[in-house]
Design a binder for this molecule. Structure first.
Ligand code: SF4
Length: 240
């Protein structure tokens, strides 16, 4: 007896589609031209045949996929689970795939998890992104991952789900960013303080105002210079 269980988004119309996806998947996942794990079954065994199942059953799992299909996140259902978005993501490269504790890791997990279990139950996932679009560039099925993360952030904002401390912090940042001289001074002080906190190891074990991030990992200390300082030094170097 052969029992196949699949999410409904994994069903494709033709064998040509299967061939295309079987080329895309291992090349995007591990760089191999073909996976070792491909079975092509065309049904139960016929009369007089030795190999094959006598009975075949297909269980198609919905578990929230229909509602995702009807939502603005439907493009996420194209995912073939190759993992390329996670392997190229600057965030997940540093923190590890399953750091946030959910089944689906990486950028696509930060969309599918809130889509399946509700945004209020996975608030931090869409925030764990720099929006650099590295994931969107490498995705073989062209899922616009940062756009979908932005839509989830918009939902959080519209439903007033973000914590007051974050809203206050952003207001303070916006006030500071409107005063360039003060902003430059404050960021210089901040960069030097963080570099000092890193000590000789250049690792921060407990981040002020962000201790959750350093509970399970250390944060590499910055160089002690701001981006503006580094950029200005580079421009001066190129001119000299
Ligand atoms: S979102 Fe794209 S890159 Fe990420 S696992 Fe799915 S198919 Fe691969």
């Amino acid at each position: 007896m052969h029992v196949a269980i699949s999410g409904l988004e994994k069903i494709v119309p033709t064998l040509e589609d299967v061939a295309t996806l079987m080329r895309l998947l291992p090349r995007s996942a591990t760089g191999q031209s073909i996976s070792n794990y491909v079975d092509i079954l065309t049904g139960t065994k016929g009369a007089g045949e030795f190999h094959g199942a006598e009975h075949m059953y297909f269980i198609i799992v919905d578990a929230g996929r229909s509602s995702v299909l009807a939502s603005e996140l439907k493009e996420a259902l194209r995912c073939i689970r190759c993992g390329a978005c996670m392997n190229h993501c600057p965030v997940y490269q540093n923190i590890g795939g399953h750091s946030y504790g959910w089944v689906y890791p990486g950028p696509i997990g930060s969309i599918l998890t809130p889509a399946y279990i509700g945004i209020e139950n996975a608030l931090d996932l869409p925030q764990a992104s720099t929006m650099c679009n590295q994931c969107g560039v490498v995705c073989p099925v062209k899922i616009p991952l940062p756009d979908l993360q932005r839509k989830l952030r918009e939902q959080q904002f519209d439903r007033h789900l973000r914590p007051w401390s974050e809203r206050l912090g952003l207001r303070m940042w916006s006030w500071l960013a409107g005063k360039p001289a003060l902003y430059a001074f404050a960021t210089r002080v901040g960069a030097r303080v963080l570099a000092w906190m890193g000590g000789r190891e250049r690792l921060i074990h407990k981040l002020p105002l962000g201790s959750g991030w350093t509970e399970g990992r250390d944060m590499p200390a910055p160089a002690g210079k701001t981006f503006r300082d580094l950029y200005a030094a580079r421009v001066r170097g190129e001119r000299s």
